[in-house]
Ligand binder design. Structure first.
Ligand code: CIR
Length: 240
């Protein structure tokens, strides 16, 4: 993972510390009541720890994505093999479509799909068509400043949306009650709601306190070594 893609300028991750942080992340998921299956490292793909990008897992179907980053193409084939053990129905994004599922935010049966450097319009349209085949739907959101949609926005259920930067006043999201994350804490905008708990990256006290004020139980996880690779809290797991 130390060879993963990055624009963060925060230096190389410290591998041992990353392993510890990964263990703590798993413990936090389990604390929220999840059963966790940990996959073996795949040394061919330094970014494969950011497993969220490789598939969209819905209730009835898993949709295997097709990474927009060249070096990540192939990760999805491995994940498909694993998801076959959990899903009867598997669909796929096909060439020339690209989708990284970090660009997809689930709000019930509605999915917001970020158009980014990694997710193109063809891929997003394929995704929406597939969702509609399974009685779900979605729409696209254009991004300007972040890697993936969920780098800057997270749905915390109960009509509450945690948002930073370009998403705080984005017209697509004004129907939600927005918890604004300050710019210097923008990394915390990628938090995850799980069974009523919210996992928040450690080191962002203002965001943490705002989320607490909304009545959520908060669990903090230090992910500094993954942040060095532009990865957030949601990216490290597929949750279904
Ligand atoms: C990448 O650039 O693809 C990885 N270094 C980070 C991916 C982060 N994934 C995510 O935000 N869902």
């Amino acid at each position: 993972m130390v060879k993963g893609l990055t624009t963060a300028g925060l230096g190389k991750p410290e591998f041992k510390l990353a392993l510890q942080q990964h263990d703590n992340y798993i413990n936090a998921l389990e604390k929220c009541g999840l059963k966790v299956e940990v996959l073996q490292a795949d040394e061919r793909y330094p970014d494969s720890v950011f497993i969220e990008d490789t598939a969209l897992c819905t209730k009835d179907v898993a949709i295997i994505s097709r990474p927009g980053a060249e070096s990540r193409l192939g990760e999805e084939t491995e994940i498909e093999k694993v998801l076959k053990g959990f899903y009867k129905k598997i669909e796929r994004i096909e060439f020339p479509g690209t989708v990284e599922a970090g660009d997809i935010m689930m709000v019930g049966s509605y999915f917001y799909i970020g158009l980014s450097n990694r997710t193109n319009r063809t891929g997003a349209n394929q995704m929406i068509n597939l969702l509609e085949r399974y009685k779900m739907t979605g729409s696209v959101v254009e991004l300007n400043d972040v890697l993936h949609l969920k780098t800057g926005v997270s749905y915390l259920e109960n009509n509450v949306l945690l948002a930073a930067g370009e998403f705080v006043y984005h017209p697509a999201f004004q129907k939600f009650e927005i918890i604004p994350v300050e710019n210097h804490e923008a990394y915390a905008a990628n938090s995850v709601w799980l069974n009523g708990c919210v996992l928040v990256p450690e080191g962002y006290p203002s965001a943490r306190d705002k989320i607490k004020k909304f009545g959520y139980q908060v669990i903090e996880v230090d992910l500094s070594e993954f942040q060095k690779l532009d990865g957030g809290l949601s990216c490290l797991s597929l949750r279904f």
